[in-house]
Ligand binder design. Structure first.
Ligand code: DC
Length: 219
């Protein structure tokens, strides 16, 4: 790959964004960025510091104050960008039910989103990116030629979450993500939509990899 590229993977909850984004990042030697983890880290920080996640001013204040910096790790099989808070990546802590319940509130705060979008764009310093989230193709890197939108039937997505041991009201989460005022979840203009209800992750990531290679060859 000659010039720097960003592969944007957006989509609904449990549509396979993380699994596929990692497979694509490995196959195309890109840095993987999980932007949901960044919002979760802010929610975790607020809970830990007793900051009311429903108080937009307080959440915006937390973004001004917290000592959060980007870092690129190489785990051997994957290079990934992470947000460290006071030098620490709360990998397990951000996956609790408490953080899952708090994160849509912080993700709806405009100042928090501004802060996140800046950091997400700064990830370019690490190289070519595969970035997954809800607003990557619409808002963070709208100019990229590589946009994908993943979805699957609600029953299939709920089954996947349950298989991960997580019980979650995905319909409610999708509604919140799609209806919030700032950067709502939507299909980005020019995105290739992949409904993977009946596809394996190898098939889904294979479609993305083939499409990226084709678009690169056409350039
Ligand atoms: O993908 P996830 O479940 O880890 O995302 C956590 C929350 O963050 C979810 O409510 C959607 C929100 N989010 C967002 O608003 N924008 C992003 N780019 C990524 C996640």
């Amino acid at each position: 790959m000659k010039s720097q590229i960003v592969i944007a993977i957006d989509g609904t909850s449990a549509s396979g964004k993380s699994t596929n984004a990692k497979l694509v990042a490995r196959a195309l030697d890109c840095v993987y960025v999980d932007t949901g983890a960044m919002y979760r880290t802010l929610a975790w920080y607020c809970l830990r510091h007793r900051i009311d996640v429903q108080d937009a001013r307080a959440v915006a204040g937390a973004c001004r104050k917290w000592k959060a910096v980007l870092h690129c790790v190489d785990t051997g099989s994957l290079r990934a960008a992470r947000l460290l808070v006071d030098g620490y990546f709360p990998e397990k802590e951000i996956r609790t039910a408490e953080v899952s319940a708090a994160v849509p509130h912080v993700a709806a705060v405009p100042k928090a989103r501004e802060w996140m979008v800046k950091r997400q764009r700064e990830c370019l310093q690490f190289g070519n990116l595969v970035m997954e989230g809800r607003d990557i193709g619409t808002n963070v890197f709208p100019e990229t030629d590589f946009k994908f939108y993943l979805d699957a039937q609600l029953e299939e997505r709920s089954r996947r979450r349950a298989a991960d041991g997580v019980r979650e009201n995905l319909a409610m989460r999708d509604q919140r993500d799609s209806q919030r005022a700032v950067a709502p979840l939507m299909v980005p203009l020019g995105a290739k939509v992949i409904n993977n209800s009946n596809l394996t992750s190898e098939q889904t990531s294979g479609l993305i990899i083939a499409e990226v290679r084709k678009r690169l060859a056409d350039k």
